[in-house]
Design a protein around this ligand. Structure first.
Ligand code: C2O
Ligand code: CU
Ligand code: CU
Length: 507
């Protein structure tokens, strides 16, 4: 088969020079501020589009099964996006979508991976601090027909985490083809907090795929690796454009995971109405924050409340609104992808019941406070220069890097003392956005371009992944409590697999 995106590739090299110049003019040559309006996630219109996948829309929203038992078997498997059964997925326990793992705070995760794939894989518990050897480090894999047992205590805050395959140089393909699911940590106190639970607590795994003939396609060439592989449709719990019927006209909680390889989402309501951000990667904010939209980069999660009390009998559409994405969108568009970074998409349609809800709930005023880290020094403990990641103009064939090196599983890049508060600085002088992810802890975002005030709304809570936009410098404060061998990487998985990752040991 031909690469569906390659027909216009021949035009790309000449077009790229123009894009680079346009981008550089628009951003003033770089090194400083992110230009106003660029990558702000500002709402450029909620006219979401239905993908030309031939799949239509309107299938029922699926709820991933809850995981039970003690084994996750990885194997090749079939799936159905609504256009017939297709082969070629990689599945956990044969399930599409992947099961949701639920762990109580203070509980023990004890799961054995049985790898029935024809290649090595593993499982990473994204957002959790696993014990030594349990993190799903890219070099710690189960070979075909081998097992690997993961067991460690889960001492994180309640929140929306996830798990996915993470084998060195194959994470992108394995996660894209199905090896990714939700991991929800719960302390049983959400009802007491006044939060919606049960049928009013809905988790949505959002992941874009390039779909042809009702099948997922994954065949990035070097230009796709530069921007990351971006699809023509967004699957919501494994379905395109689903409808969630008979939602109550009540306060509803949505847990959103962006499990896309490279696409940044901009969740918003098609009506433009506001909603409440209540949690980020590592749990609840100190209080709900009203927003109209928010940027959700690959790897990030948020929890939001939709107040549907006045929406009885209405249809409420959740979309990913269009936003200006600078380099990646210019280049993506030039490469013949009609759905570049920043394109609008429909996510899910909520059909709200006309019957009044018993106890429709309300939006809580506050949750537990977050103690802010106060780094003792304004000088960063460590600096990560992402600038060589793609070159100023995103040069095809130049590997993605951090501090000018590409990933080597055998090399330990730095060592961090356990229990010490550190301050890390990420510098992006290039035109590609990089959602930077740190294994083994939750961190706090200190500043963007040196300013607390420039932080995004999602920077106000606990984070394990932070979007570093073009020409932006982001500082975080963090401390590790569990000694292990971890990685730090871009969660644009094509960037990560092509080398944008470092090893570090917490000792
Ligand atoms: Cu979700 Cu190292 O990754
Ligand atoms: Cu992770
Ligand atoms: Cu990146």
């Amino acid at each position: 088969m031909n690469n569906p995106k390659s027909s216009q590739r021949r035009k790309f090299l000449s077009a790229m020079a123009a894009a680079g110049l346009a981008g550089m003019t628009g951003c003033g040559g770089g090194g400083g501020d992110t230009p106003t309006g660029m990558f702000q996630g500002g709402n450029m219109g909620n006219g979401a589009i239905l993908p030309p996948t031939g799949l239509g829309a309107g299938a029922a929203l699926r709820t991933p099964a809850n995981f039970s038992g003690d084994t996750l078997t990885t194997a090749a498997g079939n799936y159905d996006l609504g256009g017939g059964v297709r082969a070629g997925a990689m599945l956990f326990n044969g399930q599409w979508p992947s099961p949701t793992i639920r762990v109580p705070v203070g509980g023990t995760l004890d799961i054995t991976l049985r790898n029935q794939l024809a290649e090595a894989t593993n499982i990473h518990w994204h957002g959790l601090a696993a014990a030594f050897g349990m993190d799903g480090h890219p070099t710690e894999v189960a070979k075909p027909n081998d097992n690997r047992r993961y067991t460690f205590a889960v001492n994180e805050r309640p929140g929306t985490y996830w798990y996915h395959a993470h084998p060195d140089r194959a994470t992108a393909r394995h996660a894209y083809l199905g090896l990714a699911g939700l991991l929800i940590v719960d302390d049983g106190n959400d009802a007491a907090r006044g939060l919606p639970t049960g049928a009013r607590d809905i988790a949505l795994v959002l992941a874009d795929k390039w779909i042809e003939n009702a099948a997922m396609v994954y065949r990035p060439n070097s230009a796709d690796i530069m921007t990351g592989w971006m699809g023509n449709a967004i699957l919501v719990n494994g379905t395109v454009g689903p409808v969630a019927t008979v939602m109550e006209p009540a306060v509803i909680r949505l847990r959103l995971l962006n499990a896309s390889n490279a696409r940044i989402l901009n969740p918003a309501l098609a009506s433009g109405r506001s909603f409440w951000l209540i949690a980020t990667d590592g749990g609840l904010l100190p209080a709900p924050v009203m927003v109209n939209n928010l940027l959700l980069a690959p790897g990030e999660r948020v929890e939001i409340l939709l107040d549907l009390r006045g929406e009885a009998g209405q249809s409420v559409r959740l979309v990913s609104a269009a936003f200006a994405a600078m380099g990646s969108s210019l280049m993506g568009g030039m490469m013949g992808n009609a759905f570049p970074q920043g394109a609008a998409f429909d996510l899910v349609n909520f059909a709200v019941s006309g019957t009044p809800a018993a106890n429709p709930g309300s939006v809580p005023a506050a949750f537990e406070p977050i103690t802010r880290y106060v780094p003792s020094t304004s000088a960063p403990t460590r600096v990560f220069d992402l600038s060589q990641a793609d070159g100023m103009m995103g040069m095809i064939g130049v590997p993605h890097r951090i501090n000018n090196v590409t990933y080597d599983g055998a090399r330990v890049d730095f060592t961090v003392p356990r229990g010490t508060l550190e301050r890390w600085r990420f510098i992006n002088r290039g035109m590609e956005p990089h959602p930077m992810h740190v294994h083994g802890t939750q961190f706090q975002v200190v500043s963007r371009n040196g300013s607390e005030a420039l932080r995004l709304v999602t920077d106000l809570g606990w984070k394990d992944t932070v979007l570093v936009r073009p020409f932006e410098t982001v500082e975080i404060a963090l401390r590790f409590n569990v000694a292990a061998n971890y990685v730090l990487h871009c969660h644009n998985l094509e960037h990560e697999d092509s080398g944008m990752m470092l090893n570090f040991d917490v000792v």
